[in-house]
Design a protein around this ligand. Structure first.
Ligand code: NAD
Ligand code: LMR
Length: 338
């Protein structure tokens, strides 16, 4: 079934998705592990050499997913937890990834998910506060612009909030930007990394193509189309799935990639920098206290928040459109917990 070279690749200690420079024991939990994202994400985390123990929780199906994933021949231990066993699932966990909650259907915005997902995320964050108050929390559940402030406010209410340890996962925007820019410039995505700042929904997603060697060559209609595709890539998947949900496989890839970056930072690797939605001083003077920009990750989570740097005239306009919407989304999340 596999060629010799494919077998060599499969047997290699780390793949292109994962980078591992040093070994350390790390227990990771996935809350929502039975879902469209949760299942492939759990599989990818099982393949990450930096994960030594995997704790899979869902209100439906997690023990089955755990039994399945646990047969993969990597060193990590896997355990599944059914509903009512959330606290056990979180014991000793250092990194919690949250993809629990409902996905969009065609015609919906991410904000339309707020009424259902806000309380799911709040309750999971309350459990993290109780059982694993020092864990890094990686929030995938939408609307990320609101669910991250909800997690932060819930941890704050419990007296355990560390802004360095709460992250909104915006990696899918970064993955899409690199892939789509590679497409329009006939390059490889490895040559087209793009910094994406702001938040994670439509106009709040701001790709900074002017700071990319390949990206700055794209102009006019091609530029407009590329920006639109990066901002609304999620809609493409929602429409194509036609009522069966939103991005799951590319999101699992992006979530595993971001979790690996956090783990490398926790392991003390220097220079691990990627965009993520965190408590940020960059626009706090405008009342926007969460923002995604390049963040260096370290042993305590956030090590350094980088400024967004020089923007082109078009990008300044994109940022102008982003900020008021982002502010509303953040306030809605905070108000929910208050
Ligand atoms: P899904 O419906 O396939 O899976 C969600 C899972 O969450 C289900 O298994 C469900 O049982 C579980 N769940 C519900 N309530 C729970 C609770 N209280 N505790 C634990 N688990 C619970 O949905 P999906 O496609 O996996 O998407 C999940 C979320 O991720 C959605 O909100 C979606 O919008 C979001 N998402 C975010 C990004 C991003 O870039 N950040 C990308 C894609 C999807
Ligand atoms: C995405 O960007 O694919 C996710 O946020 C899911 C969605 O609702 O589009």
């Amino acid at each position: 079934m596999f060629s010799r070279s494919a077998i060599r690749t499969l047997a290699a200690p780390s793949s292109r998705l994962f980078s591992s420079s040093s070994a350390r024991q790390t227990k990771v939990a996935v809350l929502g592990a039975g879902g469209g994202i949760g299942q492939p994400l759990s599989l990818l985390l099982k393949s990450d050499p930096l994960v030594t123990s995997l704790s899979l929780y869902d209100i439906r199906g997690a023990p089955g997913v755990a039994a399945d994933v646990s047969h993969v021949d990597t060193a990590s231990e896997v355990k599944g937890y059914a509903a009512d066993h959330l606290d056990e699932a979180l014991e000793g966990v250092e990194v919690v990834v949250i993809p629990a909650g409902v996905p969009r259907k065609p015609g919906m915005t991410r904000d339309d998910l707020f009424n259902t997902n806000a309380s799911i995320v709040r309750d999971l964050a309350a459990a993290v506060a109780r059982v694993a108050p020092n864990a890094c929390v990686l929030v995938i559940s939408n609307p990320v612009n609101s669910t991250v402030p909800i997690v932060a406010a819930t941890l704050e209410k419990a007296g355990v909030y560390d802004p360095k340890r709460v992250f909104g996962v915006t990696t899918l925007d970064v993955v899409r930007a690199a892939r789509f820019l590679a497409g329009v410039t006939s390059s490889s995505p490895s040559e087209t990394p793009v910094t994406v700042v702001g938040g994670h929904s439509g106009a709040t997603i701001v790709p900074i193509l002017s700071q990319s060697a390949k990206g700055k060559s794209v102009s006019g209609e091609a530029y407009e189309k590329l920006v639109h595709r990066i901002q609304f890539g999620g809609d493409e998947v929602v429409q194509a799935k036609d009522g069966a949900g939103s991005a799951t496989l590319s999101m699992a890839y992006a979530g595993a990639k971001f979790a690996n970056a956090v783990l490398r930072g926790l392991n003390g690797e220097k220079g691990v920098t990627t965009p993520t939605f965190v408590k940020s001083p960059l626009f706090a003077d405008q009342g926007i206290d969460f923002f995604s920009s390049n963040v260096e990750l370290g042993p305590n989570g956030v090590e350094k928040i980088h400024p967004i740097g020089e923007l082109s005239a078009e990008e300044k306009k994109l940022l102008e459109a982003c900020l008021p919407e982002l502010k509303k989304n953040i306030e809605k999340g905070k108000a929910f917990v208050a």
